[in-house]
Design a protein around this ligand. Structure first.
Ligand code: NAD
Length: 359
C-alpha cells in the first residue's frame, strides 16, 4: 500500500498530550512498516481550545476533523474549566465533534490480555484472553428522543423521556454489527427488551430482516437484563454485541470492568461518511497529569482500531496489538496495571518506547 492518509490528532487536556505522543510515534512507525504515508495534523479541542480561542470546539477544528480520514483524540476536561457554564465546558467540544461528524456507531472492545487476567474482578479463567466487541448506537434512542421534559401534571411534577428508533436507524447500526461480525468470529448478539418495549420488537424485526443479507453470520437475540447477567457469568460466549444507546452505555461499562483497567481500553466511533473518531475510554486523569504516570496503551490500542476500521490496514493493527501483548508478556507495567508481583514498572514514555521497539 502506498497511498497517503490524513490523520487529525487532538491531544486535548490533562494526560491527553502525554498519552498521545507515544501513540502518534507508534502510528507513524506502523505506517512506515506498511508502506503508507501519513499526513498528521494537530488541532485544539476542549480546555486547551477554550484557553487559546474561547471555544471548546473552534470551527477550524471541526472542519479539519471532517476533512480527515480519521481523528485521534486524547481526552477533554479538567478542574480548571469545571466552573464554566454548561454550554462552554470542554465536554461540549467532544459532543460537538461527535455531532458534527455524525458518529452513530460506538465500538467498545473488551479485550483482556492474558497476563492482566488477575486485574479483573472475575476469576482469571473466565476472562483470560477475552475478546468481545460491543457496538452501541450513539445518536438515537432515549437520550435524544422527543418529547422529553419535566412538567406539572395534577398536583405533582412528572419527568418523561421517549425511547424512539426508526427502521433506518436500526438497519444502519445492525449493518455495522453484521459487517464487523463478518470480520471477526461471525457471531452477532442483538440486545433489546422486546418482552416489554414495542420499540424493541421493531428493533428485533429489522435486525432479523437485515440478517438475510448476512447468511454467514450467526444471529442471536438477548434481553438486556439477561445480557448483563451473561456478561459477568460467562463473557467469552459473546463475539459481537449490537444494541441501542442506553443499553449499550450500561453494558459497555460492565464489559470494560471485566478487563480490570481503564488505562487499557480503546474505543472507536464511526460515521456514515466513513470518518472515524478513535479515543481511549478513560478521561484526562488530572490526578496524575504531567507526571509520566499515565498508561498510554489505551491510546496506542485506539490507533490499532483506527488502522483496522478506518484505514483498512488490518496488518498494521495486528502488529500494534502484538507489540502491546509482548510488552505485557515481558512484565512491563505502568502503575495502574502493576499488581506488585515483581513486574518491571515503567512510565508513559518508556512504555511507548517499548511498544515501538517491538513493532
Ligand atoms: P478519568 O478516566 O480521567 O480517571 C479515573 C481514574 O482512572 C483516575 O484515578 C485516573 O488517574 C485513572 N486513569 C485514567 N486514565 C488513566 C491512564 N491512562 N493511566 C493510568 N490511570 C488512569 O475519569 P474522571 O476522573 O472521572 O474524570 C477526569 C476528567 O476527565 C474530567 O474532567 C472528566 O470530565 C474528563 N473525562 C473526559 C472523557 C473524554 O474526554 N472522553 C471521558 C471521561 C472523563
Amino acid at each position: 500500500m502506498s497511498d497517503s492518509k490524513d490523520i487529525y490528532v487532538l491531544p486535548g487536556d490533562g494526560i491527553g498530550a502525554e498519552v498521545m505522543a507515544p501513540a502518534v510515534a507508534v502510528m507513524q512507525a506502523a505506517a512506515e512498516l506498511s508502506g503508507c504515508r501519513l499526513q498528521v495534523t494537530e488541532g485544539l479541542v476542549g480546555g486547551v481550545a477554550i484557553d487559546a480561542t474561547g471555544e471548546p470546539l473552534p470551527e477550524a477544528t471541526l472542519a479539519a476533523a471532517q476533512a480527515a480520514d480519521a481523528v485521534l483524540l486524547g481526552g477533554v476536561g479538567g478542574p480548571k474549566w469545571d466552573d464554566l457554564p454548561m454550554t462552554q465546558r470542554p465536554e461540549k467540544g467532544l459532543l460537538g465533534l461527535r455531532q458534527g461528524l455524525g458518529l452513530f456507531a460506538n465500538l467498545r472492545p473488551a479485550l483482556l490480555f492474558g497476563p492482566l487476567a488477575a486485574a479483573s474482578s472475575l476469576k482469571p479463567e473466565l476472562v483470560a484472553d477475552l475478546d468481545i466487541l460491543i457496538i452501541r448506537e450513539l445518536t438515537g434512542g432515549i437520550y435524544f428522543g422527543e418529547p422529553r421534559g419535566v412538567e406539572q401534571r395534577d398536583n405533582e411534577r412528572v419527568g418523561f423521556n421517549t425511547l424512539v428508533y426508526s427502521e433506518s436507524e436500526i438497519e444502519r447500526i445492525a449493518r455495522v454489527g453484521f459487517d464487523l461480525a463478518q470480520k471477526r468470529n461471525r457471531r452477532l448478539c442483538s440486545v433489546d427488551k422486546a418482552n416489554v418495549l414495542e420499540v424493541s420488537q421493531l428493533w428485533r424485526e429489522v435486525v432479523n430482516r437485515v440478517h438475510s443479507d448476512y447468511p454467514d453470520v450467526e444471529l442471536s437475540h438477548m434481553y438486556v437484563d439477561n445480557a448483563a447477567m451473561q456478561l459477568v457469568r460467562e463473557p467469552k460466549q459473546f463475539d459481537v454485541i449490537v444494541t441501542g444507546n442506553m443499553f449499550g452505555d450500561i453494558l459497555s461499562d460492565v464489559a470494560a470492568m471485566l478487563t480490570g483497567s481503564l488505562g487499557m481500553l480503546p474505543s472507536a466511533s464511526l460515521a456514515a461518511s466513513g470518518v472515524g473518531l478513535y479515543e481511549p475510554v478513560h478521561g484526562t486523569a488530572p490526578d496524575i497529569a504531567g507526571r509520566d504516570l499515565a498508561n498510554p496503551l489505551a491510546t496506542i490500542l485506539s490507533v490499532a482500531m483506527m488502522y483496522r476500521y478506518s484505514l483498512g490496514m488490518a496488518e498494521a493493527a495486528d502488529r500494534i496489538e502484538a507489540a502491546v501483548a509482548s510488552c505485557l508478556a515481558e512484565g512491563y507495567r505502568t502503575a495502574d496495571i502493576d499488581d506488585g508481583n515483581g513486574r518491571k514498572r515503567v512510565g508513559t514514555r518508556a512504555m511507548g518506547e517499548l511498544v515501538l521497539a517491538r513493532l
